[in-house]
Design a protein around this ligand. Sequence first.
Ligand code: SF4
Length: 682
Amino acid sequence: MSTYKASVCPHDCPSACALEVEILDENTIGRVRGAKGNNYTQGVLCTKVAKYAERVHHPDRLREPMVRVGQKGSGEFKVVSWDVALTRVADEFKQATEETGAESVWPYYYAGTMGQIQRDGIIRLKNALGYSGMLKTICTQIAYAGWTAGVGAVRGADPRDMRNSDLIVIWGCNAVATQINLMKLVAQAQHERGATLVVIDPATTGTAKKADMHLALNPGTDGALAAAVMHCAFRDGRADRDYLTRFTNDAQGLEQELADKTPTWAAQITGLTVEQIEQFADLYGRTQRSFIRLGIGFSRSRNGAHNIFSVACLPAITGAWQHPGGGALLGTSAIFKLDKSLIEGMRLGNGNSRNLDMSRIGAILAGQPEDLKGGPPVKAMLIQNTNPMAVAPDLQKVHQGLAREDLFVCVHEQFMTETAKMADVLLPATTCMEHHDIYTSYGQVHLQVSEPVIQAYANCRSNHEVICELGRRLGSGDRSFQIDAKSMIEESLALSGYPDYATLLEQKWLDCAVGVDMQFTEGFDWPDGKFRFKADWSAVGSDHAGMPSWPGHWDVTIKTSEDRPYRLTTPPARYFLNSSFTQSPCALKKERRPLVTVHPLDAQKANISSGQRVELGNKLGAITLHAEVKDSIRPGVLEVRGVWPGDAFEGGVGVNVLIGADAAKPNGGVAFHDAAVWMRPA
Ligand code: SF4
């Protein structure tokens, strides 16, 4: 009989699935399945991780520490010992510090693992040594600003409560591809309560195909739809006046503001028909148990924060928050009270150094003074858990920056990614199956710990081990660089007042929603407990000039023009997760090759047919890929799914070369679905 051990999915996905991993021997995993006993995972996980053995035992995994011997980016390395590799890194960091100041060293990371120890331990280097820190703007920053403007904190209704809903609205999220567990909850609500599913998404995604109603609005016009639905709720007597009085402020001002935000007004902006808007407004207005699951997708516009804020207003109008299965959810992060002071070295005293905007990495490496915030140029980097050569915007600049001969780069990775190829020192990293970690989640409610289920592959080391080793070599005597990952988890749990490690491991997960007022029955997370219809953007971000206070349509998305007539969106591919899994044979087989989806009307105008090579471009760059002509998107919109590696494209650079790195308001972030491009046959 097979032996299974518990683990946790580490990938950048809201679900943080509880896993059961088949152990074939001390070095080998077999099948991976979702834990049935976990009432969020419910035995379900995505195909990507069900085939995780392909990733863990992939023949291309990095095995040994290496130093570069060829040109930067050539991928030519020679194997060295860990001692030689780490000595070189420490020496380079010391030299950069002596010559240009500690802030010229930039530890750079993101969410390649969501484990708190292996992801965020790198922050200790900044706090111990005064290196530059990082503003984490590339993903949720825009969305969280919008949600916080209304609700006050990044938390919302318990996703498991969707089972008790009569109406589920999945807004700006292709859950079939990116949050499969959500679809299980939808199916349960449909089966048990006959719930209706509405999907709001510019594209006819896999999720939209399962909907009872699909509203395919123009990208970046979600705020207009939300405003019209609220207008109808006031007009039709569906606004819960008692709830508005008790739990919101400025409801009267909002009603006046929405007086002219009619379905006719919204139809012109969204591209939906008046009938569609009326129908959805009626359904939403009359259904008490309505649950909106907001996705990050529709925040990836220059007006994204305002759009999220506008949608977040809806359940406060109807008072859906008061009912089982009612309310809305963008993220759950704020319910976790994990004390990360030890992990991040917050008490180490050197944390006042500058924080550089990770999304502006291209401009930063190009030495643009405003991006360097008056400090020195970046001369040395340690990169863990991210692949900026593929995932960052304004890729041309990123590629040029990481190719700088005077920039020392150490990359700690599992695979020879494009970023790994740019390394001067390349270190092999363990996977989640080979190291300890502790996981919160941004889409569900469980705190989980995980132990290694197999031995570390070849000569790989965990991120924690590398950070500790570097901290010691760089002269920090702090004990946070001495203790192992398990001890760090134990101490962090104790600092947080959570059950101890052994207990958590035994019970597998801790339900952090217990005791939390998930539906704000005692008020929202502002000092007065009231939901804010009139946003004070200065409370959530410093770059707020010009942002409208009231929900509605903020017309600042990129404008198409005669020479760039198409709006480009870049949603995730089902079988990749950002640039992860682009090595997996199963994923590559399913995704085949980079494709641009073109509406038949646009294809006809541009004389393009399915399978043809086409070029897309704008002032930032150009890519060549194949067309698929389908009516799954709106005319005038092009869609390129997935962060394919650059070498999958002729020209060696991926789709993000077309995406601007201008910081979205009010707090930074990238408008990944808000680019204007031209298209022509290649
Ligand atoms: S659904 Fe998300 S959390 Fe679950 S296994 Fe897949 S990537 Fe991991």
